[in-house]
Design a protein around this ligand. Sequence first.
Ligand code: NAP
Ligand code: MG
Length: 494
Amino acid sequence: MEIVKNYINGVWKESVSGKTEEVIGPADGSVIGVVTDSLPQDAEEAIAAAKKSFYTDRTWRDMPGVARAGILYRIAELIDENAHDLAVTDTLDNGKPLREAEGDVSDAAECFRYYAGLIDKPEGGAYATNNGFGEMLNMTVKEPVGVCAQITPWNYPLLMSCWKLAPCLAAGNSLVFKPSSKAPLSTAKLFHLFEEAGLPAGTANLVLGSGSNVGNVFAESEDVDMITFTGSTKVGQGIARAAAGNLKKVGLELGGKSPVVIFDDCDLEAAVEWVMIGIFFNGGQVCSATSRLIIQDGIHDAFIKRLAEKASKVTIGPGMENPDLGPVVSEDQMNKILSYIRTGIEEGAELVCGGKRYTENGCDKGYYIEPTVFDHCSPDMRIVKEEIFGPVLSVLTFHTEEEAVALANDTEYGLAGAVITRDGARALRVTRELRAGITWINCDQPTFCQAPWGGYKKSGIGRELSVQGLDEYQETKQININLHPENPVGWYVH
Ligand code: NAP
Ligand code: MG
């Protein structure tokens, strides 16, 4: 197999380690790729290339906005032209059904188009002022932050990369990038498209390797002006600590344990469908997955019966066969999820469906888990408090609206939340009470690059996507112009 290489200063090259790492496909545990396994020296070389690109060459940063937009539009076009290959790559690497990977690729192209479109639009503001200093014009302008480092997880390999890369490049930064070593292949292909689209050498540098060898160097480097990270809260906390060294800007998109709150008056069939999307889409490996179902007592029994019925009919298999549910990303992840399922049983939650590794129909070599629902959970259980990141739903029951809100907010996380009810005022009231950055009414999970994405509490700092997502990759500068330079203020005129 051809070794997938780093891309540094416009050159594809292997790590100085001379070592490689196998990439495992979760559908059957087979080797689907071989990537170079980088050392801290490679990360440092990439940072130096980005630094030279931004501070010395200045090619990307000084390129007229219209020309920069042109390259980003071309990247979007190339993503579309290579859509099938990119989708298959993510399906093989991450495990997700091909249909879902195709959706990710189309969203990735849209994300590049969206940010290409923002580059040449007016920005900043101007104020006419006249205080004790005389008549002035105050202008506010946006500038790129400088050298950005970006680190992504494996659950949406291509899309998470694009959510970071598109706004960062749109703002005129240079960058270093590390994808998750569990699913790095589509991002490496994307960097080939960057080269083809004419992105200047050194602007975007790719380093393949582990968090400890590469990510850590990014977080600690004094030459990195900003770091953005998507991943677990624990690693995010470490990055924030390391970033304090030179007080680099930090953007964190972290974990969650999001609620979906369902009232008695809901449309039962529709609500069951949304709950299933909320926890089984992408195998529940979604930061915004609604892994806590908080349901009103009047509808509880009928709802759980229907949910268990539908969950047990979910088709399971390799992503390439387009089942409802693919494998989870890795053997480690499978074992972690199975261990949470054992914990749930030990804690006394009632297993209503699933609960086992799935090995039928030739799935014995891959990492498959049955859609799992635990009923009669209580707030202190670990399966209610901790992020499992798999197809495992924990159910809590409430009687009053106040109880629902209290249960929904009883978490250290604050990424997302959904409310399902036919009572419009109640839907808004409860949604306003949720301490979470992304909320849904009468739906669960829809995501758009036009709207800001990010969490409250331990779910992160800052927002991705939308105009705000571009703003995160910019510094703000005010320029004060004295309109009467010949006029002294008069304080020191004696
Ligand atoms: P993770 O273990 O935190 O890893 C995320 C990335 O950080 C990987 O590229 C990893 O590298 C790297 N990393 C690990 N240790 C590091 C260190 N000490 N310094 C710098 N980088 C380091 O998370 P994951 O298992 O990949 O992804 C699952 C988590 O991501 C979940 O908690 C989920 O909620 C969260 N997530 C959040 C969002 C959001 O938008 N809020 C979206 C998707 C996922 P290696 O693994 O290659 O070593
Ligand atoms: Mg993989």
